[in-house]
Write a new protein. Structure first.
Length: 243
């Protein structure tokens, strides 16, 4: 893969500084338009109607049993990362781990903008905690256990749903071979304590929350995944890369 990509780069156009500046300024026009479109999309996202969460949902946490409302702590907004880690697994998903490597440095900043952050998995705390320690993460990570949270927010699926090929994921009914998938859900809690679901995204919808990918999108080779059998076949746990 590296040799083929390197060969492509060797044929890349090389121009004078003046020509480069002209090309860069032309691209800047498109980048600014994209930024404006993204800002407008973010506004429309915030304007989506909400759904009141009627279920209390109970989670196993390092602090004991807590409800969804408890996970907000003292804040009015909550971001949940749906981390793929089934009760049968010994480790969390390595692709979710790729995303999770971006979480720790951002939590303190989110907290100071009235946002709490938590990862949720079906795996028990007895498996989550050792894996979290191994990976060096400090963000809050709780277990939904056998409760309905993961199923209600369409990131976990029953064996019957998988067999029937009638899994609802990323806002469409599709076939699915996995019992868990990735996603992000957002909630708001008002002054009375009522909780509302405001947004969820899945699959490529969580793309921009991966800091490494944002940097890779800037470099000449980009993500360099087009020749792989699966786009993230190169990804390892950060303590499992060979060099």
């Amino acid at each position: 893969m590296a040799d083929e990509a390197g060969s492509d780069l060797e044929q890349h156009m090389v121009v004078s500084p003046e020509e480069w500046l002209a090309a860069r300024k032309a691209l800047l026009v498109k980048e600014k338009e994209f930024t404006r479109l993204r800002d407008d999309l973010s506004r429309q996202r915030r304007e989506l109607p909400w759904v009141r969460v009627e279920q209390p949902y109970i989670f196993d946490t390092p602090r004991g049993k807590q409800t969804l409302a408890d996970l907000f702590e003292r804040r009015s907004q909550l971001v949940v990362y749906h981390f793929m880690f089934s009760p049968e697994s010994e480790e969390g998903c390595k692709h979710c781990s790729f995303w999770a490597d971006s979480f720790n440095p951002n939590v303190v900043h989110l907290n100071h903008r009235d946002v709490s952050f938590v990862a949720v998995s079906r795996a028990p705390l007895a498996r989550i905690e050792p894996f979290k320690k191994r990976m060096g993460w400090s963000f809050t990570w709780v277990s939904s256990g056998e409760g309905g949270f993961n199923y209600d927010y369409h990131v976990s699926f029953t064996p019957e749903q998988i067999t029937a090929g009638r899994v609802f994921y990323n806002y469409e009914t599709t076939n699915m071979s996995m019992a868990d998938r990735e996603g992000i859900s957002v909630f708001y809690k008002d002054e009375s304590g009522a909780v509302f679901h405001t947004y969820s995204c899945y699959a490529r919808g969580i793309d921009m929350m991966n800091t490494a990918y944002q940097f890779l999108d800037l470099v000449p080779k980009g993500r360099d995944e087009q020749r792989l059998k699966a786009s993230q076949a190169w990804v390892r746990y950060h303590d499992k890369y060979e060099d």
